[in-house]
Ligand binder design. Structure first.
Ligand code: AVJ
Ligand code: FE
Length: 447
C-alpha cells in the first residue's frame, strides 16, 4: 500500500524533474541548432552533448536500474560516457542531432516518470530509489550550470535574460570585513541529508584552531585594486605552480575582463559588456588567482573545513546546520541561487542568509575556492558508483563550496563539495579570504 510519505516523495521528485527539464529546455532552445552543435570552447562540450548526456544518465539510472526496463538506445551509451571522450573531442563524435536529442530525452523522461509511479519508495528502497531520483535531478541541474558556463563562453548577442539581483548593503550596515570563528570541534559532513552525495558523508568531528574569515566574498572593486597594484606582475604573491600558470596562460585579469584606454575595467557577461561592478563578488578567477590575491591582502584562502565551520556551526547549540541560516530550504531571500539572476548579487544583498557566525553569502553568488584538495572523509563509502567522486579523490583538484547564481537549490547544500582543476575559471568561481587568528584574538574570543 502507498503511504502518504511515499506519495509526497513522488510528487516532490516529479516537480523537481520538471523544473530541471524546463531549465535544460530553456538553455538549449535559446540558441539555433547550429549553435547547439558548435564547440564554443575546447573546455566545454557542445550543448547538444550535455542535453543527450542528461538523457543517457537518466536512462541508465532510472529507466534501466530502478525501473528494470530494457535499454532504449544501448548503441549510444559510449558516446555519452564522459570518461570515454574528452570535452574537446566530443564535437567530432557522431552525436544525436538536436531534434534527435530532444526526442530522446523526452522518451527517457516518460519512462522515468513511469518508473517513479511504479517503484516502491519505502523502507530501504525509499533510501535507494528516492536517492537515485535525487541524484538524477542533481545531475541534470549540474549539467544545466555547465551549459550556462558554455553560454557565457559563447560569443554573440545576448540570448539569456533575467531580473537584476537585489541591492547590497552600504558598508556601515554591512559591518566588519572579517569575523573570528573561535577554536574547537564542529561536525563536518552529513549522515542524514537524504540527497547528500557519497563524498559529503559521513558526518565526523573536526577540531580547528581559531581562525578569521571574511564576512563576504572578495569584490570586483577589491580585485581591481590587486590588478592595479601590479599583482599579476609580482611573483611574490603567487605559488610556484600559480606563477608558472599565470605566465604560460598570459593571465592579466579575471576571465572576460578588459581594460579600456581610460583605465576603466569592463566585463562581458552573457553577451552584455558593462563596467566591472565594484560591490559584486568577483567571478571567473582560477584557484591560483584567488590564492595570489589572498597573499597580497596579507591573508590566505580558507580550508574546506574552515569554510564549512563558518557556514554551518551554531555556537549556541554546537550543532551543524543544513544551511548557513538554519535548517530550512533556501528561498529567494536567503541566497542568489537557481539562475534567478545572471550575475552575483552585490555584497550584503542577503542578510537573511548569514550564518550563525555572521558570515554572508556563503551559499549562491559564486563558488568559493578553498585551499584543500578533494579527498574522502573518514568512513567514506562509495555510493552508488565510483565515477561520481571516488575516481577523482587525490587528483589535481581544489575544492569549491557554496554554489553560484547558476546553481539550483536542489543541487547544493552547505555540505556539498564541488571540485575542479586549480587553473579552471570558466566556472562561476570566486573566493573569500581567511587568516589564522592572532593569540590575542583567540584569547578574546571575538574581534
Ligand atoms: C561535481 C561538478 C565536478 O560537472 O564534472 C556531472 C558533476 N558528474 N556529471 C562535473 C558531474 C558527472 C561534476 N562536478
Ligand atoms: Fe554528467
Amino acid at each position: 500500500p502507498t503511504t502518504l510519505d511515499e506519495q509526497a516523495v513522488r510528487t516532490r521528485v516529479a516537480e523537481l524533474l520538471d523544473r530541471s527539464r524546463a531549465r535544460s529546455t530553456a538553455l538549449t532552445d535559446a540558441v539555433d541548432d547550429s549553435d547547439l552543435v558548435a564547440q564554443h570552447s575546447p573546455l566545454m562540450s557542445p550543448l547538444v552533448w550535455d542535453l543527450a548526456h542528461i538523457g543517457s544518465q537518466e536512462e541508465l539510472w532510472l529507466v534501466r536500474d530502478v525501473g528494470g526496463r530494457e535499454p532504449l538506445r544501448p548503441e549510444i551509451d559510449g558516446l555519452y560516457d564522459a570518461f570515454q571522450h574528452s570535452r574537446a573531442s566530443r564535437v567530432d563524435l557522431p552525436l544525436l542531432t538536436p531534434p534527435e536529442a530532444r526526442s530522446y530525452v523526452a522518451e527517457v523522461r516518460d519512462k522515468a516518470l513511469d518508473a517513479l509511479d511504479r517503484t516502491p519508495l519505502r523502507g530501504r528502497r525509499l533510501v535507494d530509489n528516492a536517492f537515485a531520483f535525487g541524484m538524477i535531478v542533481q545531475h541534470e541541474q549540474q549539467h544545466d550550470e555547465t551549459m550556462l558556463a558554455t553560454h557565457q563562453l559563447r560569443v554573440g548577442a545576448p540570448v539569456l535574460h533575467a531580473a537584476p539581483p537585489p541591492p547590497g548593503l552600504d558598508p556601515v550596515r554591512l559591518g566588519p570585513r572579517e569575523v573570528l570563528v573561535p577554536g574547537g570541534r564542529f561536525e563536518q559532513g552529513t549522515s542524514v541529508e537524504p540527497w547528500a552525495l557519497d563524498n559529503e558523508r559521513p558526518a565526523h568531528p573536526v577540531d580547528l584552531p581559531a581562525f578569521v574569515i571574511d564576512t563576504y566574498p572578495v569584490t570586483g572593486g577589491e580585485y581591481v585594486a590587486f590588478v592595479e597594484a601590479g599583482g599579476y606582475d609580482d611573483p611574490q604573491w603567487w605559488s610556484a605552480a600559480g606563477w608558472a600558470h599565470r605566465v604560460e596562460a598570459g593571465l592579466v585579469a579575471p576571465q572576460f575582463w578588459e581594460r579600456d584606454a581610460s583605465g576603466t575595467w569592463w566585463r562581458r557577461r552573457f553577451g552584455v559588456v558593462e563596467p566591472v561592478p565594484a560591490d559584486e563578488p568577483v567571478v571567473h578567477v582560477c584557484f591560483h588567482e584567488a590564492a595570489a590575491y589572498a597573499a597580497w591582502a596579507g591573508k590566505r584562502l580558507p580550508t574546506e573545513a574552515e569554510w564549512e565551520k563558518a557556514a554551518r556551526h551554531d555556537p549556541a547549540t554546537g550543532r551543524s546546520r543544513r544551511y548557513p541560516w538554519g535548517d530550512d530550504d533556501p528561498t529567494p531571500a536567503h541566497a542568489n541561487l537557481g539562475q534567478r539572476h545572471l550575475q552575483p548579487a552585490p555584497v550584503g544583498a542577503y542578510p537573511a542568509g548569514a550564518s550563525a557566525h555572521g558570515v554572508h553569502q556563503l551559499m549562491g553568488d559564486v563558488w568559493e575556492w578553498c585551499d584543500s584538495g578533494f579527498h574522502s572523509y573518514p568512513g567514506f563509502e562509495m555510493f552508488p558508483y565510483p565515477e561520481y567522486s571516488e575516481v577523482f579523490f587525490g587528483g589535481d583538484y581544489k575544492i569549491l563550496r557554496g554554489g553560484s547564481f547558476g546553481t539550483d537549490p536542489s543541487a547544493v547544500r552547505a555540505t556539498f563539495r564541488n571540485w575542479d582543476h586549480p587553473v579552471r575559471r570558466q566556472i562561476f568561481s570566486g573566493f573569500r579570504c581567511a587568516r589564522d587568528a592572532t593569540p590575542v584574538e583567540s584569547a578574546a574570543g571575538g574581534l
